[in-house]
Design a protein around this ligand. Structure first.
Ligand code: NAP
Length: 274
């Protein structure tokens, strides 16, 4: 029996650098409380420096840590320390969720589920034309999900080479940001860059948005980004970044605890922190 089990708690962690502002511990703890399993599970932040990642993952295995949420900058670098990858995580090439299955570390990616669930609250994605701005880790998970749902995707990115590389992996179209004025042809616009994160910038001009668009900003700090404000002013429907964070967490919760997640309590805990 491991030290954790002797102490009575099943421990889950979020690993990243930094993690002090992570919203995940409060969101998961609220869920444990809502289901009355807060004397069984505990969710803690674990700040891990890059040189300590391998040891931290091996310790999680040995100490029987039940689940590890992986955040920036380790979603790709953690892959080599895991025993098994689920098919989606393998295709995306990134892991944000690790389940410790009796010493075997299994990697999952719930970011794509989070983004797609948030979007599907507003519309069916099959056949929709979607402009994804950005070609980093978040864009990668989102493009994977959109292609799975048979949407037609075009990636726009500042670095055109990165857009080309992501587009090649998922067999979709791409362009540089200088072609962003074509947005009226799209049903959905997604900001998957970090623009707007505490800088009040938007990757697109407000005039490119119209009332037929659904605009999804993956940035969740602040909640009301400049892009979200612009979209609302133009009469577009919006999907908030926190909704993706919520639904990726809901999926993680199920993987860690095997219980259905109390979505409303998790959402309230998340919103209270924004
Ligand atoms: P990343 O891998 O570092 O990618 C960053 C992307 O942003 C790249 O496409 C980059 O373009 C672009 N970019 C950055 N600054 C820019 C600027 N000034 N002008 C134009 N493009 C710019 O980061 P990531 O992991 O994909 O994360 C992106 C954002 O998503 C972050 O704000 C993160 O917090 C958020 N996120 C949210 C959730 C959620 O659940 N809501 C989940 C994951 C991530 P280049 O390629 O040209 O450098």
């Amino acid at each position: 029996m491991s030290e954790n089990e002797q102490s009575g708690f099943k421990v889950c962690l979020i690993m990243g650098f930094p993690v002090k502002n992570s919203k995940s511990p409060a969101m998961h703890m609220a869920a444990y409380k809502a289901l009355g399993i807060d004397q069984e599970f505990i969710f803690l932040p674990a700040e891990v420096k890059p040189e300590g990642l391998e040891e931290a993952i091996n310790s999680a295995r040995k100490l029987n840590i039940k689940g590890v949420s992986v955040t920036m900058p380790y979603k790709q670098s953690v892959l080599k320390y895991l025993d098994v990858l689920d098919d989606d995580a393998e295709e995306i090439g990134a892991v944000n969720t690790i389940v410790n299955d009796e010493g075997e570390l299994v990697g999952y990616n719930t970011d794509w589920v989070g983004a797609i669930t948030a979007l599907e609250k507003k519309t069916n994605l099959n056949g929709k034309k979607v402009a994804v701005i950005g070609a980093g880790g978040a864009a990668r998970a989102i493009v994977f999900g959109l292609v799975k749902k048979e949407a037609t995707v075009k990636i726009f990115n500042r670095s055109k080479e990165k857009a080309a590389s992501l587009a090649r992996d998922f067999d979709v179209d791409f362009a540089g940001l200088e072609e962003i004025n074509q947005l009226s042809h799209f049903d959905i616009i997604i900001n998957a860059t970090s623009m707007g994160m505490n800088d009040d910038q938007s990757p697109i001009d407000k005039e490119l948005i119209n009332e037929h668009h659904i605009v999804f900003d993956v940035v969740y700090t602040p909640k009301e980004t400049r892009l979200i404000r612009d979209a609302k002013e133009k009469g577009a429907e919006v999907v908030y970044g926190y909704e993706m964070l919520l639904y990726q967490g809901v999926e993680q919760f199920k993987l860690y605890t095997k219980y259905e997640a109390p979505v409303r309590e998790m959402e309230q805990a998340l919103l209270a922190q924004l």
